[in-house]
Design a protein. Structure first.
Length: 532
């Protein structure tokens, strides 16, 4: 019989980052017998959560900015890769002013905490942390994205972005460590779990599997990505928790080899192979090229002999995660980069293609003519009115169509932009206002185009194959703009914005906006051709 030996399967390891002290209030070390304990008051937890979600909405890590800047000087990057990277750096500069968040989807608030056994609280930690989330989302120019179910089918926006996802774990020591993540719907939707078997644990099979799954990831979740792949797991739930930690870089310091006790480890050889697959996919940083991903993490876990869960997930180009901690010295938050302008070349960049101007003030028939005959991948500049509508608005319009056989004229007269903005700062025409994932509206397109509506759509990411056929049948076009550049769009490209229908839907209301020199690419044409 084997002797008992214990090895912790998985323990997220704190990355080496710089912290700044938020406050020394609400924290007090005290001695109880021969033990030093840490008394943490609710206000300290609230302050930490509030500041964490404020910072992560507006600032990036220095490493992320360096990765974006590196694309600008990568001689293997495509022109479109560099165009996206420059736009994202400009976006970071605007966002760092603290008014317009990096992305309009300011995410689901996720908090993971590791509470040392020497930490004393009043026991209402989740409530105190939730209050911090509430304060930031209600006071800053962020977006409320959380829907509360009233019945199985009916739901309402909570109008404060609660509830947050909070997971607290016991740990050793007398400090309290945190990971805060603001996860948007686009990148979260790309998390996939596959229930595989021992047959996948073969070099040729795994190579084929990863290559196919990277291709399926597409560009809808706003690359360049941090990709994570987790193979194995004592349960599917364990696998998915691990892949989330990995996308946040929390497992970077795992060992690089396994042992007979079943510890988790990173496989850096397969990380390099998977990164090469991402580069070879041709998807690039959204519009073709080699920079689909900054990096890939491949984690191997132990598994049940009859099961082999495998997951893949991404962190988008905003990479919104931040570390915090509470110690005897105070409440500390990771220091993000407040000066991104130094990463953008002062001379600017020159691109081989100049955009073709598209006048959206013209009738739809003339807009279609102006797009006709231009190759997919063509860069255009949009000027004039767009109708903004996304998931819930599309569902309501489909119900209207089913009942009455018609759609509002605004859906026929103008291109449709799939988006939902963050709150508008005082003095601005709009809050952060980037595109949402086009695929979620694919099911409506045929019915709408039959009515002469949605002839030109604007969003982000690749679409289902049926969309190409619909565009071919009805003479439609799909245009894509940069995902993850929402503050740039609000400050430089949106002239005006007004709600014209379904006001009660909040950020999902139908809007009419006017844009100026908004860059977009023709991703699908009226002949059924697509860029991807």
């Amino acid at each position: 019989m084997a002797a008992f030996r214990f090895a912790k399967l998985l323990s997220p390891i704190e990355k080496k980052v710089s912290y700044h002290c938020l406050t020394e209030k609400g924290v007090r070390a005290k001695k109880m017998g021969d033990r030093m304990l840490l008394d943490v008051r609710p206000e300290a937890l609230t302050r930490l959560a509030s500041e964490a979600f404020a910072d992560v909405a507006f600032f990036l890590r220095t490493t992320q900015l360096k990765d974006l800047a590196a694309i600008l000087t990568d001689n293997q990057a495509s022109d479109n890769d560099r165009f996206v990277a420059e736009s994202l750096l400009k976006n970071a500069i605007i966002s760092s002013e603290g008014l317009l968040p990096l992305c309009q989807d300011t995410g689901t608030a996720t908090i993971v905490g590791w509470r040392g056994m020497g930490v004393l609280t009043d026991g209402n930690d989740e409530e105190a942390l939730s209050r911090g989330v509430f304060e930031t989302y209600t006071k800053r120019n962020l977006r409320y994205s959380q829907m509360a179910p009233l019945t199985l089918f009916d739901e309402v926006n909570t109008e404060c972005n609660l509830p947050a996802q909070i997971e607290l774990y016991a740990d050793k020591g007398a400090d309290y460590r945190f990971l805060f993540i603001a996860k948007g719907g686009g990148s979260s939707n790309k998390t996939s779990l596959f229930q595989e078997t021992k047959a996948l644990l073969n070099e040729a099979f795994l190579e084929k599997f990863i290559r196919e799954k990277i291709k399926v990831l597409g560009v809808a979740a706003c690359p360049p990505y941090h990709i994570a792949i987790v193979v194995g797991g004592t349960s599917p739930e364990m696998n998915l928790k691990t892949v989330k930690y990995a996308t946040a870089g929390m497992l970077d310091n795992l060992p690089t080899k396994g042992n007979r006790l079943g510890i988790a480890f990173r496989d850096k050889v397969w990380e390099a192979r998977a990164l090469k697959m991402a580069q070879e996919s041709g998807l690039g940083a959204q519009f073709g090229g080699r920079n689909l991903a900054f990096d890939v993490r491949v984690i191997r876990l132990p598994r049940h002999a009859g099961s082999c869960p495998v997951s893949i997930a991404v962190s988008c180009n905003a990479d919104r995660n931040i570390l915090g901690k509470i110690t005897a010295d105070g409440v500390f938050l990771e220091e993000l980069d407040k000066a991104p302008a130094r990463f953008l070349p002062k001379s600017g960049l020159s691109f081989s293609r100049q955009p073709i101007a598209i006048d959206l003030t013209k009738p739809m028939s003339e807009i279609l003519v102006s797009l006709k005959g231009k190759p997919v991948g063509t860069l255009v500049s949009l000027n004039g009115p767009l109708i903004v509508a996304r998931d819930i608005a599309h569902a309501r319009l489909k119900t209207l169509l089913d009942k009455t056989g018609t759609l509002p004229n605004y859906f026929k007269d103008h291109p449709i932009y799939y988006a939902g903005p963050a709150k508008t700062p005082e003095g601005y025409a709009s809050g952060s206002f980037g595109p949402t994932t086009a695929q979620r509206m694919d099911g409506y397109l045929s019915d709408f185009m039959k009515q002469g509506a949605s002839r030109v759509t604007l969003a982000k990411g690749n679409r289902n194959p049926v969309v190409a056929e619909v565009c071919k049948n009805f003479g439609g076009f799909y245009l894509g703009t940069i995902g993850g550049a929402a503050s740039l769009m609000a400050k430089e490209h949106i002239v005006s914005s007004e709600v014209i229908d379904f006001k009660e839907l909040g950020m999902e209301a139908v809007r009419k906006i006017v844009v100026r020199n908004l860059p977009a690419f023709i991703l699908g044409d009226d002949g059924g051709k697509t860029l991807y």
